[in-house]
Write a new protein. Structure first.
Length: 248
């Protein structure tokens, strides 16, 4: 069924998505053709990557259920992510991991992930809609929107594919670094995660610039650190990500 002619969509949902598309429609009216929405997930956790998603949607795109990824269930996000990737003109996802994340700080890591996500799109965008941030190093007309993932359909779609990708990564890390239960808390500082952290010590994907990891590495519970922690020089600093484009 075409996403542009979904007869099962309620009137209220059609209206909600119309409002969610106002920033995109304004950009089209201003003469832009390829509008990329950008968002990040994972700025707050104490472990794992920060992930940026970029999406260029076809004009008039409507997909029931699209919203800020934080307002959706994991199952709903996964379902929507597949549909978004199938229907998007172009999409990309980029991850930046510790220790490189710690070296450049989380804000710069976020900006770098977004910049790389733009560069990995199969179609060069001529306008960017970005959740909260501005990318000074990207020479493309752009607009930063506070809480953009709940106000722009392109940013919302970017947040969904980024969130699904990051969650998948944390599930993989759960098997690589057993005991922390990364698949459950995704690296956020939950009570369970903190208990495991103080019991096992930090692992390679913990962020040494974030508390309480920083204090543990500088003296507290130092004896529980894993051998060689953060000393490997062959760690993958950033994941160029997966990208795709709508089949012609």
């Amino acid at each position: 069924m075409s996403i542009f002619n979904d007869t099962t969509m309620t009137i209220d949902e059609k209206q909600r998505l119309k409002v969610l598309s106002l920033f995109e429609e304004q950009a089209y009216q201003d003469g832009y053709q390829y509008i990329a929405g950008l968002d990040e997930v994972g700025r707050g956790p104490i472990a794992g990557p920060v992930v940026a998603g970029a999406v260029i949607l076809p004009q008039g795109f409507r997909l029931a259920g699209v919203n800020d990824s934080k307002k959706l269930t994991a199952r709903k996000r996964s379902s929507l992510a597949g549909k978004i990737k199938k229907q998007a003109l172009a999409w990309s996802v980029v991850s930046i991991y510790p220790p490189y994340l710690d070296q450049i700080n989380i804000l710069n890591a976020t900006r770098q992930a977004m910049t790389l996500a733009v560069s990995h799109l199969n179609i060069e965008p001529d306008y960017l809609l970005i959740d909260a941030l501005k990318l000074d190093d990207v020479n493309i007309k752009q607009r930063a929107i506070i809480k953009g993932d709940s106000l722009s359909i392109s940013i919302a779609c970017a947040s969904i594919i980024a969130k699904v990708d990051r969650d998948e990564s944390m599930r993989e890390f759960d098997s690589i670094f057993p005991g922390y239960n990364f698949s459950q808390h995704k690296g956020y500082a939950t009570r369970e995660h903190l208990e495991k952290l103080f019991d096992l010590g930090p692992c390679m994907i913990h962020r040494k610039s974030f508390e309480p990891v920083k204090s543990m590495l500088s003296g507290g519970n130092n004896e529980q650190q894993q051998p060689g922690l953060f000393s490997q020089d062959d760690i993958e600093y950033f994941h160029p990500g997966r990208s795709g484009a709508k089949s012609k």
